[in-house]
Design a protein around this ligand. Structure first.
Ligand code: IDP
Length: 157
């Protein structure tokens, strides 16, 4: 894999679906030059919610978080690019959308700590991206394709 082939897991949460900003989120990631390699519209069940957010099990907001993430469909995605995990986190903005900087997805579109529109793998949690991709996608759901614009996105592509 070349250095711009890092993969990360991204999810437009139920509030993004309900508010009709899934396209905007996809558009921002596309605009950055990232490459979508998988995407599916799914309803998360209790079991998957517990697996995905297992690290927060002991937090006071855990039950509310599970209720929210299972409250309606999400759009789960895998995106690829140079330093993709950290880049997506930067584009997402701070967890609390009220504090997130303008110019970020949460800062521009969100207004709440819990309802913050987007999930992206934590770049500070080693292997979180691969674990989350595995949780939501089978290997054969990841599409191998050439991004024709890559040589214009990356000088060394
Ligand atoms: P992140 O999504 O920015 O990585 P995490 O700390 O991993 O943030 O928390 C996971 C999710 O749990 C957040 O995106 C948010 O939806 C929710 N959450 C985090 N902290 C709180 C809280 O204090 N109250 C309610 N919901 C929270």
């Amino acid at each position: 894999m070349s250095h711009h082939d890092e993969r990360t897991f991204v999810m437009a949460k139920p509030d993004a679906v309900q508010r009709g900003v899934v396209g905007e989120i996809v558009s921002r990631l596309e605009g950055k030059g990232l490459k979508m390699v998988a995407g599916k519209f799914v309803q998360i069940d209790e079991e998957l919610a517990h697996e995905h957010y297992g690290e927060h099990e002991d937090k006071p907001f855990f039950d509310g978080l599970v209720e929210f993430i299972t409250s309606g469909p999400v759009f789960a995605m895998v995106w690829e690019g140079a330093d993709a995990t950290r880049q997506v986190r930067r584009m997402m903005g701070a967890t609390d959308a009220q504090e997130a900087q303008p110019g970020t997805i949460r800062g521009d579109l969100g207004n709440d700590l819990g309802h913050n529109l987007i999930h992206g793998s934590d770049h500070e949690d080693e292997g979180a991206n691969e674990r989350e991709i595995d949780l939501f996608f089978d290997e054969d759901e990841l599409v191998d394709w050439e991004q024709g614009t890559a040589t214009w996105v990356y000088e060394d592509a």
